[in-house]
Design a protein. Sequence first.
Length: 391
Amino acid sequence: MIPIVMIPTVPPSADFPVSADASGHAEAPRAPRAVALVSGGLDSTLAVRMMQEQGVQVEGLHFYTGFCITEQQRRSGNPKAANRPNDGLRAGVELDIPVEIVDISREYLEIVTHPKHGYGANVNPCIDCRAMMLRKAGEIMRERGADFVITGEVLGQRPMSQNRKAMDVIEDEAGLSGRLLRPLSARNLPMTEAERGHLVDRDQLKGMSGRTRKPQIALAQELGVDAYAQPAGGCCFLTDENFARKFRDLFAHDPDLHLDHEQIMLLTVGRHFRLKGGMKVVVGRNAGENLMVQGLVERSVIPGAQLMVVEDRKGPTTVVAGGSNAALDAADARDNMADLTVAAALTARYSDAPEGSEVAVRLWNPACQPQADGRVFNITVVRDGFDDLRV
Ligand code: SF4
């Protein structure tokens, strides 16, 4: 019978991890090392600071999912975000630790569209999301020879992913059982290997729980932490009710849609309308969004999409998608034309042309024709009557 040898992942009784040189001689004990999830919010910042107080060397990871509000604002030229640094990198500077940005945006699409553990209040797949991030963090921990992973999670703070059952599921699915330390709530949670092995002192960890932020704010004062971003969920489109409505509408009209980041980008900009014949209309709200939606259509990333603008007036660039250019039977052709006429009216409505004036709205498909060859709709500008079409 082959003997089974249990090899502890952390030395059970050493105060510090010990490594060996090539000849097998033990080298001087090194400081414990942890990999931290760093959003840049208060909780993850405090978790890192608490570990630093205990002499742990920390490396930060900041995950990019493709659904970060600030990042998208930056891309659409929003002046509020233009000069704002990445929250994770800024926190790294404040904490004096290296922070690496880990791009999981490609594999993330699968969990956003098919989350094993479902959605929270909107389209936020928080349990799958945390499990994915922590699985990745665990791989990086092993690659780099670190001892454990830390997060700023607080028991009971967020309904979906920070209740005890969800936290256990996440730890288990991430393959981090016993090696995931949550310093802010550790004393409410089972002892981890890092505590058992005396890499960290459990007595100095916290037992926070619940939604109040007061203990974190008090701890921040105690540890001299004063620069941090808003709590993590505030940075994620998936928790946003408006985004969730548009996301659900997209799949309700095209259940087989293969979602990509260009389509997500379109969900985050403009005013969205669903017309009676099924056409989707997105009206840019400012020059940055106009340029962005035009670029998306010109690169043909939205199948069959066309553009509309009001001629000789300042106004939006509008995307119309989901109509048909194919040969249609008479009824479908009527619906298609009715939708295009409403799309033109919406484009005129958000232009600077006065109510009641006549404008020409040009529709063209940049993939196959110059703007000047597009069809013209002559529209009388009306401001009211579109609310029930809003997504
Ligand atoms: S709020 Fe967004 S980023 Fe945070 S855990 Fe949920 S899905 Fe992930």
